[in-house]
Design a protein around this ligand. Sequence first.
Ligand SMILES: O=C(O)CCC(=O)C(=O)O
Length: 307
Amino acid sequence: MASNARSGSASSAHMLSAAQRETYHRDGFVIVPGLLAADEVAPIAAACREDPSIGGAICAIADSSGNAQDFVQWTERSDDLIGLMPYIARLVLNADALIGREVYHWHSKFVMKPPKSAGRFDWHQDYGYWYYEGCLLPDMLTAMIAVDAMDRENGGLQLLRGSHKMGRLDVQRVGAASGADTERLALAKARYELVHCELAPGDAIFFDALTLHASGANPSTRSRTALHCSYSAADNAPFTDSAPGHRYRPIEVLPDDMIRAGRWSSVFRNHEFIKLDVGGAVHGDSPISFQVVDPVTRSPGGGAAPR
Ligand SMILES: O=C(O)CCC(=O)C(=O)O
């Protein structure tokens, strides 16, 4: 078992086995069927279906072809289900075990692909971006939980098995977006196996911040919503202080049963999301930026100042 500086009596009945941790380190990811039970993600799926605008907070960025890819992101804890989810024991303690020491919550997001939507995530490493936010080490990961079933037909996550071993690749402009260095990406695609992630609601994948990944359009009639909870080693907080939401804050681990026990107020009604201005950019005017587009009209609007 990896060393864990976390004090107290936090525990989970859903800890990854030694073989699963070994798979993560060898492949750069591990798929964990049933990390959450279908009934534990059902309230989230229902709330997203009922209000696909997520209380009007939904944002979109342009992919390399200029298509809008919807998402909504947050760093803050709240009493809502999604404001508490990143702190539940089975996510935090497994992240501790995979990183090898105490982690803290970096950020979380919903990534939505509505039926018949064109938006994609171009090939990238998450650490390609987090490097520029001032994290010295790539000791960061994401636990992605399927809210809806995800497969090849509805824009499921794709990964290159073992690609984390390449280390950090440069990020460059790719069409209307940014993504991994295209020359090295082509070599990586020739060398590493392409894995299409097929998940049922509640299944999860933990993936390394250096693992190359992407996702395609959703030409199907089914929605594809995923919850991403990302973590960084506690000793890896940014040396810049440009994003206060990314500062180290110790996690108070929540018991796994808090979802079924209903110890949350609503799914996301009172939750605070990060706001992005349509017409602006994520990561400002830099090679790693993304253009913020309107999730409804699916085009740049507004002319708001870049963030
Ligand atoms: O959920 C997806 O399709 C991938 C999202 C992703 O790669 C990201 O948010 O960095």
